[in-house]
Design a protein around this ligand. Structure first.
Ligand SMILES: *Cc1c(COP(=O)(O)O)cnc(C)c1O
Length: 406
């Protein structure tokens, strides 16, 4: 091992907590029974699964019979939206936003094509700080709206949407409401008891459980049509033998998250703010993307104008710092992230965006390290950037909007 890793990409995935790993390990080896079996050997696994279900339900104020296990956050999102469309086949309209995760955005766009444009999709716009207009939302709801799907917290900017209020509005119009809460669970308090939310998606690997486990909350009384049809598992709402070890891990991760919520919103938030303020102060022509207050405690998304986000990431990587960018040069597209575009972030800024997303495992020393390494990287890249030079020195004329990362 050479450079130690400074991991600040927790909105992409998180480390499995050691306590979580310890909890799940026996279910790969000595306790490998099938929870559906009649014998005691399998039955003890079933008891442990029931316990995990309780731990998850507690974190979000749900009842255990309102949860079903899926393979990931993406499956939870698909299950909710497809269920609503099948429950109300005469309703052809979906309301969502322009800044959803691809798990919702691409599904809605795909449906539109798949059904020969039988479904209409309204993608609500956001303002410069990434917020929705509730009046515009109300006006978008139609007689034939089957479901509203709006994320609780944005994965790129951390911006929070008022989903509880939006769900109440949908309910008053007889419309089902789904929220992709993958980034919110464990970071902000969620209490579904008495809420009007019908469906809520969770993904294990965003809260220190392993990849490949998800949960869909389905409010009691909400009409439901399964996505995976097969065995009687999950009371017939999702076929397939349970991913036992991962479910047990997620239960433990939810219990841990509940006990760490306070730290997330105090120490982690303060660390994020220190990092953010330090970078915005040290680096000229840098700006925050997303509303400063209505935001997850762990996320900051900053644009450094006139540099390429991917170039910044490569330089950070040499120091062992893991972050993400909102530009997508490697995908062969010159388009910056759909989220930043929807927010109207100028081209020269959207291309130079970097997301740092923290967790309880980040330390003050790590924040200091990033504050030491990042400003000189930006300075160096700008010195080489024709955009920067034409904007600030006026010498290199004719710099067209070409991606510089290849
Ligand atoms: C990561 C993520 C997903 C997808 O979850 P997977 O378990 O990776 O399928 C969905 N929505 C949001 C907001 C996410 O951040």
């Amino acid at each position: 091992m050479s450079t130690p890793v400074v991991y600040m990409d927790n909105n992409a995935t998180t480390k499995v907590a050691p306590e979580v790993l310890a909890e799940m390990m026996p279910y790969f080896s000595e306790l490998y029974g099938n929870p559906s079996s009649m014998h005691t050997f399998g039955g003890q696994v079933g008891k442990k699964l029931a316990n995990a279900r309780q731990q998850i339900a507690s974190l979000i104020g749900a009842s255990t019979d309102e949860l079903l296990f899926t393979s990931c956050g993406t499956e939870s999102d698909s299950t909710a939206i497809l269920s609503a469309l099948q429950s109300f086949p005469e309703r052809r309209h979906i309301v969502t936003t322009r800044v959803e995760h691809p798990a919702v955005k691409n599904l809605c766009e795909h449906l539109d094509k798949l059904t020969g444009h039988k479904h209409r999709v309204t993608q609500l716009p956001v303002d410069r700080e990434g917020r929705l207009d509730l009046k515009q939302y109300e006006e978008s709801l139609a007689e034939d709206t089957a479901i509203v799907s709006v994320m609780w917290a944005n994965n790129e900017t951390g911006v929070l949407f008022p989903v509880e209020e939006m769900a109440r509005i949908a309910k008053s119009r007889g419309i089902l409401f789904h929220t992709d809460a993958v980034q919110a669970v464990g970071k902000v308090p969620i209490d579904l008891s008495g809420s009007a939310i019908d469906f809520l998606s969770i993904s294990g690997h965003k809260l220190h459980a392993p990849k490949g486990i998800g949960v869909l909350y389905v409010r009691r009384g909400t009409p439901f049509v399964p996505f995976l049809i097969g065995g009687h598992q999950e009371k017939g709402r999702r076929g397939g033998t349970e991913n036992v070890a991962a479910i047990i891990a997620l239960g433990k991760a939810c219990e841990l998250a509940a006990s760490r919520m306070e730290e997330e919103n105090t120490r982690v938030k303060a660390l994020r703010d220190k990092l953010e303020n330090g970078l915005l102060t040290a680096i000229p022509h840098a700006m925050l993307n997303g509303h400063k207050e209505e935001r997850l405690p762990n996320t900051t998304n900053i644009s450094f104008e006139y540099v390429e986000g991917e170039a910044i990431l490569l330089h950070l990587d040499q120091f062992g710092i893991c972050a993400s960018s909102g530009s997508a040069c490697t995908s062969g597209s010159l388009e910056p992230s759909h989220v930043l575009r929807a927010m109207g972030v100028p081209f020269t800024a959207a291309h130079g965006s970097v997301r740092l997303s923290l967790s309880v495992y980040n330390t003050e020393a790590e924040a200091d390290y990033v504050l030491e390494k990042l400003p000189p990287i930006i300075e160096k890249l700008r010195a080489m950037s024709p955009f920067w030079q034409s904007a600030h020195k006026g010498s290199v004329g004719g710099a067209s909007c070409k991606c510089q990362c290849s």
